[in-house]
Design a binder for this molecule. Structure first.
Ligand code: DGT
Ligand code: CA
Ligand code: CA
Ligand code: ZN
Length: 604
């Protein structure tokens, strides 16, 4: 991954800290300017010499040294020192439009206001108006910013939202009146980000009058920061999460002033469970098509069930009508003349024209991991530890694909080191039974589309995953040409995280997807769905385009540490949203078929 953006981020943060601490304006500006330079840089700062750095606009010796310190150690000591002097809450305040470093300094130093909650209190009791710089107008602006931030908090990553949902579901399942509890909505459909969580609880037949008790149990879930609405059989709460400092690791629900998410609950009796589940799973667009279909067949569909249309305006469930179907989703689809449509396919993207039955890829189909890092580059496991872990998970194949030389910050291997590493992989493979360890590489696709090792070396590998890491702000035409060149390379098996996007962080490349998938099909290159919930790249719609074009798909965890294997479910979900079948997914093939296919590529 290119270091430009992370370096720009840390320098910009330093500028803010220096500013709020009241340091010299010249020093503040130097950091701001350098941050802007690194952000807009086409070359990767990780690969530049000190001389090249010094030649950049606004980069003097001190900033060049900081850039070098950052790429060698992953941190900047001065940043860490500043961070001990500026409270995290003060940094948060400066994210609010209307609160710049000068204002934040006044609030903090003169008003002892060091986070957003205390800022809100000072606004509420009017005490903020006694501070310098703080007039009615500027305070109104800050108040508005806080409200906007609350209303427009980002959609949460699937991985994070999933963990929050689990806390509620486990708790509800343990309640004596609850027969089953599930997440519906976008989480059940497996979208890459989640606006709010929709939890459904099904009552036991013997406890139909206990809905209020279930709501009570839901409200009291640890981590709930406020109750927005609460009724007989429904409830909405907010959960505040801890700050996500560890950007790649999942943090569990905790009280904090980090991002927050709304969680809705609906409690329903078993008789209408299927109708409620269908309705709250959505998508809204899918539901609309279902209702139209019902009407066209002389029926009406609601969250209460599928009923015969009788021309009476008031809803049938309020008149004691018996539904045609309501207990299960299968019953309702069947009554509408449809096969059961998997939740991930309920987006009104052609699913009604698909002739059933559906057989999308499942977690249990996955038997191989083809993208994994070891201690040789930036992973935390040895080759054997990695293989043992994969074997425990029931895999027949694990590919060791450490980074290539250009990914210096990720410990990419120089050619000689890769040769030694290949030998070590072969040695490990001789020592283990029950799983095959393949020697591979995650080779950087350089900005012009060439690969980071020469062909002789690539030919020694069993698996070549080619991925873009640097120059991710290239324009679409350049990005397309770059990726097409990599796909056309005869030794490439898999195109890794093709766009390089990071959800909620950076958009990544925007290549011409139809051109990309046509080339991948023609050159027999598999496209990766990187299963990390921060990536999910290919995304769902790109995956669907690949499937429609006849491409092969690889679903890989890009393992750096053991817990990364757990992200597989998110990759599979994304694959299902793209209608991937086991037949099209390398990781679902039997070992012989997979190994034969790998050997067939450009190797004779
Ligand atoms: P999100 O929360 O933005 O990630 O996306 P969803 O799909 O979870 O949307 P949400 O939470 O607003 O609603 C959950 C489901 O409830 C939605 O997928 C379908 C159903 N639903 C909500 N509002 C409507 C509506 O106005 N019409 C119909 N037909 N269904 C709705
Ligand atoms: Ca939702
Ligand atoms: Ca909702
Ligand atoms: Zn990568």
């Amino acid at each position: 991954m290119s270091l430009n953006q992370p370096l720009a981020d840390i320098l910009a943060r330093m500028a803010k800290m220096l500013d709020v601490l009241g340091e010299d304006a010249f020093k503040v500006n130097a950091h701001t300017r350098a941050a802007r330079t690194f952000e807009g840089l086409a070359d990767d700062v990780g690969t530049m010499s000190r001389e090249q750095l010094l030649a950049l606009q606004g980069v003097g010796p001190k900033l060049a040294d900081k850039a070098i310190e950052f790429r060698t150690t992953g941190r900047i000591a001065e940043h860490d020192e500043l961070a001990t002097r500026v409270p995290a809450g003060v940094m948060d305040m400066m994210e609010l439009p209307g609160v710049g470093p000068k204002t934040a300094r006044v609030l903090w130093q003169e008003g002892a206001i060091s986070d957003i909650p205390s800022l809100e209190r000072a606004i509420a009791d009017g005490s903020i108006l006694t501070l310098p710089r703080m007039g009615e107008k500027s305070v109104a602006k800050i108040k508005e910013s806080i409200a906007f931030r609350r209303a427009n908090s980002q959609r949460l990553w699937l991985g994070r939202a999933h963990d929050v949902a689990d806390v509620f579901i486990e708790r509800l399942k343990a309640h004596h009146a609850v027969a089953d509890a599930v997440a519906a909505g976008s989480l059940r459909r497996g979208r890459d980000t989640i606006g709010d969580l929709d939890i459904l609880a099904c009552l036991r037949e013997s406890h139909l009058s206990d809905a209020a008790g279930v709501v009570e149990c839901f409200r009291a879930t640890p981590g709930v920061s406020s109750v927005l609405a609460s009724g007989e059989n429904k409830c909405s709460v907010r959960v505040s999460l801890a700050h996500d400092f560890g950007r790649w690791s999942r943090t569990h629900t905790a009280e904090g002033d980090g991002p927050s998410i709304q969680v809705d609950l609906r409690v329903t009796p078993p008789a209408t469970w299927g109708a409620t589940l269908l309705y709250f799973t959505g998508s809204k667009e899918h539901n609309i098509r279902l209702r139209e279909r019902a009407i066209a067949r002389g029926m009406t569909l609601s969250e209460w069930g599928l009923f015969a249309a009788d021309g009476i305006e008031s809803p049938p469930h309020t008149r004691g009508c018996t539904p045609i179907a309501a207990a299960t989703e299968e019953d309702i689809y069947r009554a509408l003349g449809l096969p059961f449509i998997p939740p991930e396919a309920r987006e009104d993207r052609g699913e009604f024209e698909h002739l059933g039955p559906w057989r999308l890829i499942d977690l249990a189909d996955i038997r191989a991991e083809l993208h994994a890092h070891t201690k040789a580059s930036d992973g935390s496991l040895t080759i054997l530890e990695l293989a043992e872990d994969a074997k425990r998970r029931g895999f027949h194949t694990i590919a060791v694909t450490d980074h290539s030389q250009s990914s210096a910050q990720a410990g990419g291997l120089k050619p000689d080191r890769l040769r030694e590493h290949i030998a070590a992989v072969r040695e490990a493979n001789r020592h283990i039974t029950g799983i095959t360890i393949l020697a591979g590489s995650e080779v950087d696709i350089l900005s012009d589309g060439s690969l980071d090792y020469d062909d002789d070396l690539l030919r020694e590998l069993d698996v070549v995953v080619a991925s873009p890491h640097a120059a991710l702000s290239q324009d679409p035409a350049t990005a397309t040409a770059r990726l097409l060149r990599a796909i056309a390379h005869p030794l490439v098996h898999i195109l890794g995280h093709p766009t390089g996007r990071l959800i909620n962080r950076r958009p990544g490349l925007s290549p011409d997807i139809p051109a990309l998938v046509a080339a991948a099909r023609a050159h027999n290159v598999a496209l990766e769905i990187n299963a990390h919930w921060m990536r999910l790249d290919l995304r769902d719609t790109h995956t669907r385009a690949a499937i429609d074009a006849g491409c092969l798909i690889a679903i890989d965890c890009d393992v750096h540490e053991p817990s990364d294997f757990d992200n597989l479910a998110f990759g599979v979900t994304t694959a299902r949203r793209g209608w991937v079948t086991p037949e099209r997914c390398l990781n679902a093939w039997p070992a012989d078929r997979l190994h034969d296919w790998l050997r067939s590529k450009g190797r004779g």
